[in-house]
Design a protein around this ligand. Structure first.
Ligand code: PLP
Length: 412
């Protein structure tokens, strides 16, 4: 009899039968409040009726139409719709299936467009698990352990993770930019650097928002040296942070945006957006894949966008996010076990630390498990896996946030 590989190790024993909105129902009929959203994917909630209908209708018409041979209607319609929400000038889109593939597509584009070998990534960044994406990931050695040699040409600069450094935001930002300049002077000269890859909020790295001065510093250096600013919005896009894009909080204009996760409510779909002139610099034949831009995924993405805009889910994420952050902070005030609570919109992380400020992985994982026992599904993140993160679907309502906070308060 076949069995699941030990690689498929679950954080909880839950076997799901079906999902509806913010709830998952297991095979024994027990209801779970899902504050993981499939790692920030099911933006419109589980099985939103409009998304289900769009996917079902599309399945009956066309499941797969390969984009190097034929285009299909959902792909064209989605592209047109994304034009209405993407940052100005980023109107050329390329599609793939996963976040990692989007990262790799942007990596190829950056190197081909600039003719430069290096990329600079930021400490605590997560960009995926394919070998190139894992080479660019610094949010934990677990993502690249044993798979080396990793891709050459990746250099790492600090991210302004103020709590980790024990500094204020301004000091952490000045340090990060000074170290970036040091990197330019020592190992990756600007004219050898193709791109910066950065998340507007570190996701796997511990739910650490960037800030305006930091991203402005990157933009300034990118402009001065012809370096591309690639924003990995795989986790932060599509309203997750309470603005449509994570970078909308910081007033920075990217050269390339990476999208996936919340884009299609759970159907595999990702993409990269850039200007037409930049995209034209990618070498023909080097980009693409059999399944990219799947017709059913595109139909689900169109419905997802429609629901996000029609139902005000971005505004909901901002309001419910504030409620969740404030509530999580009040809970943290009552315990010495949580050193910091931070986030943006519906990305809220509680960092567990010992009395002397060291990462407390054991307590974070105990809290995650206890929450699951009480019907609240949560994830952990951070280099030490000592941050418990809450990332519910964008449709979450005030009563459901209160419910999650009640359970979290009891658990903590
Ligand atoms: N980039 C970011 C910011 C992510 O959070 C993730 C996944 O968590 C990825 C890239 C990789 O996406 P995928 O797991 O779909 O390959």
């Amino acid at each position: 009899m076949a069995q699941l590989s030990p690689l498929l190790k679950q954080a909880t024993p839950v076997v799901v039968d079906h999902g509806e909105g913010v709830y998952l129902y297991d095979v024994d009929g027990k209801r779970h409040l899902d504050f993981t959203a499939g790692i920030g994917v099911t933006s419109t909630g589980h099985c939103h009726p409009d998304v289900v209908r769009a996917a079902q209708e599309q399945i009956g018409k066309l499941i797969h139409g390969q984009y190097t041979t034929v285009m299909h209607k959902p792909l064209l319609e989605l592209t047109e719709r994304l034009g209405g929400v993407l940052p100005s000038g980023l109107d050329s889109l390329f599609y793939a299936n996963s976040g990692s593939e989007a990262v790799e597509a942007a990596l190829r584009l950056s190197r081909q467009a600039t003719g430069r070998p290096n990329v600079i990534v930021f400490q605590g960044g997560f960009h995926g698990r394919t070998v190139a994406a894992a080479s660019m990931t610094t949010s934990g050695t677990r993502f690249s352990a044993g798979i080396g040699p990793l891709m050459a040409g990746v250099h790492v600069a600090p991210f302004p993770y103020a709590y980790h450094y024990g500094w204020d935001e301004e000091t952490a930002t000045k340090f990060a930019l000074r170290e970036l300049d040091y990197l330019f002077a020592t190992v990756s000269a600007p004219n050898e650097t193709a791109a910066f890859f950065v998340e507007p909020v570190l996701g796997e790295g511990g739910y650490v928002p960037a800030n305006t001065a930091f991203l402005a510093g990157l933009r300034e250096r990118a402009d001065a040296h012809g370096i591309l600013l690639v924003l990995d919005e795989v986790q932060t896009g599509f309203g997750r942070t309470g603005r449509f894009w994570g970078h909308d909080h910081f007033g920075v204009h990217p050269d390339v945006v990476l999208i996936a996760k919340g884009l299609a409510s759970g159907f595999p779909l990702s993409g990269i957006a850039a200007s037409e002139s930049l995209m034209a610099k990618a070498w023909p034949g080097s980009q693409g894949g059999t399944y990219g831009g799947n017709a059913v995924s595109c139909a689900a993405a169109i419905a997802t966008l429609e629901v996000i805009q029609r139902d005000g889910l971005v505004e909901n994420a901002a309001e419910r996010g504030r409620q969740l952050l404030d509530g999580a902070r009040l809970i943290a005030d009552k315990t010495a076990a949580i050193g910091d609570v931070r986030g943006l919109g519906l990305l809220v992380g509680s960092e567990f630390t010992t009395a002397d400020g060291e990462p407390d992985t054991a307590t974070a994982q105990k809290a995650q498990k206890a929450a699951a026992d009480h019907g609240l599904l949560l994830l952990t993140c951070g280099a030490f896996m000592n941050v418990v993160r809450m990332v519910p679907p964008l449709v979450v309502d005030a009563a459901q946030v209160d419910d999650a906070l009640r359970i979290w308060g009891e658990v903590v």
